[in-house]
Write a protein that binds this ligand. Sequence first.
Ligand code: ADP
Ligand code: ASP
Ligand code: MG
Length: 442
Amino acid sequence: MVEHKFMKVLKFGGTSVGSPERMKKLVPLIQAPEPKIVVLSAMSGTTNSLVEISKALHDGQPGQAKQLIGILEAKYKEVVKALYTKTESLQKGSELIKTHFEYLNSFCLNPFGNKEEKAILAQGELLSTALVHYYLEEVGIPSVLLPALNFMRIDDNEEPDLHYIEEHIQKELSRHPSVPVYITQGYICRNVFGEIDNLKRGGSDYTGTLIGAAIQAEEIQIWTDIDGMHNNDPRVVEKTHPVTELSFDEAAELAYFGAKILHPTCVLPAQLRKIPVRLLNTMQPQAKGTLISEKNSGASFTAVAAKDDITAIKIKSGRMLLAYGFLRSVFEVFERYKTPIDMIATSEVAVSLTIDNTRNLKSILTELREIATVDVDSELSIICVVGNFTAEKEGSAFRILQSMKEIPIRMISYGGSEHNVSILVKTSHKKAALVALNKGLF
Ligand code: ADP
Ligand code: ASP
Ligand code: MG
């Protein structure tokens, strides 16, 4: 593998490319002569619009889809007008918009399924990267577009195929040696059938860390609209503050359990290859942000996050009493339906566990009911407290539960790792729980 040790990967999220003004503001952040790979999301709002367009087509409403496509196209025409000054770039921008929107409109005439939906969802990143590429051309910064669809790939479990990515991005890079700015699309990829697919919502972060791991980058920077990972969800709780340092383990837990600033699994590739990840703010580039690395912050309580749309399943069986092998038969059901389990609590006669993917819930329940009595609860949230809870450190669990004394708790998981305590509550109690923990722990 050719390593690009001195290369950085810079990922800019939707708000950071959300308007012509914001696109122009990328220049000082990327113009240094050292080669770097710049990963871009779609302009903020675009993927949501593309989801709406797809929904209309799924529902057999091509007229409505056409109308939504028209609104989005008008927005992009304005972007082109405001972004470029030179006739040549204005022309290229207009051509680009025309091509992509003709393509979108073509879906209104034909049968529509999942494959078509994925192709529609990919248009946002294809547009944003080309628009920024033309802008850099206009202002005289040499850049090359690397088509993500040529190297980003998921396998038959819908997991990124890092070996394939490694091999194919090297091919792309070697075609254009020594360019200061390589631009590529976040989020989009191809699946094992070679069809257009994606890394799920928020997936551009994942593209950034996968590319960083694939080229063994010096650093991965995630540029967004906030000054790093905060100690609590700033959308829900007032007076949160940025955490300056996080270990990979802590960051992975927070991302998985709902800290929206990072895609749920994007920390893993960076952790695998030990590449530091910096979370930075495009609106405030001087702010320190958060550094994620192997180093442990050592803080007792680092941060809190919450994950919604959780379903709890209680499985009760007389056979569990003094028996072995029962839990295996329960877990095998979830394995067969490729459904990950997040939390588990056991008693002598029952086990409760939580899932967030309910795609196969009906079949799972049918199979479980063959071996046990089963109850299901939905509209739950997992509150995840991240910190350093080694057994010698007394009082972490006490302080967490004391802070939450007013909140009814459905399940607790402590001791699975030294970094995470998970607490299951009704979603209607989530805000109160986050506020109480902010008060009690920080
Ligand atoms: P981008 O479009 O750049 O990917 P996102 O909207 O996906 O940005 O992520 C940034 C947002 O994540 C912030 O604006 C903030 O509202 C939200 N967020 C949720 N939890 C946290 C947290 N613990 N720390 C920082 N931001 C968080
Ligand atoms: N554009 C995609 C989304 O909105 C991916 C991303 O922004 O990370 O989910
Ligand atoms: Mg995001």
